[in-house]
Ligand binder design. Structure first.
Ligand code: SF4
Ligand code: SF4
Length: 77
C-alpha cells in the first residue's frame, strides 16, 4: 500500500492536495500547526493508489508519496 507523509509544519492549509486527489481521500485536520494553519491529512489511506498528484499539487512540497511494487507505473511522469 502506498504511504503518504505530510509534513504538518510545512502545510499552509491551501487544500490544493485535497482538490488534486482523484480518490478524494485527503482532508483537513481540525487542529492547527504552529503557524496557525489547519493542515492536510489522509482520511482513508487504504484507498490511496499512489498517483502522487497530491505531492505534485502541493506548492510547499509538504507531501511525500512512497510507493512499492508497480502501481505507480500505471502513470507516466
Ligand atoms: S497519491 Fe494520489 S490517491 Fe494517494 S493521497 Fe495522493 S493524490 Fe490521493
Ligand atoms: S497542498 Fe500542501 S500546503 Fe496545501 S493543504 Fe495540501 S499539504 Fe498543505
Amino acid at each position: 500500500m502506498p504511504k503518504i507523509a505530510i509534513d504538518q509544519e510545512r502545510c499552509k492549509g491551501c487544500e490544493r492536495c485535497n482538490d488534486a486527489c482523484p480518490q478524494e481521500i485527503l482532508g483537513m485536520s481540525q487542529q492547527l500547526n504552529t503557524k496557525g494553519y489547519a493542515y492536510a491529512r489522509v482520511v482513508d489511506p487504504a484507498r490511496c493508489i499512489g498517483c502522487r498528484l497530491c505531492a505534485i499539487a502541493c506548492p510547499d512540497v509538504a507531501i511525500e508519496v512512497y510507493v512499492e511494487g508497480t502501481q505507480y507505473e500505471l502513470f507516466t511522469y
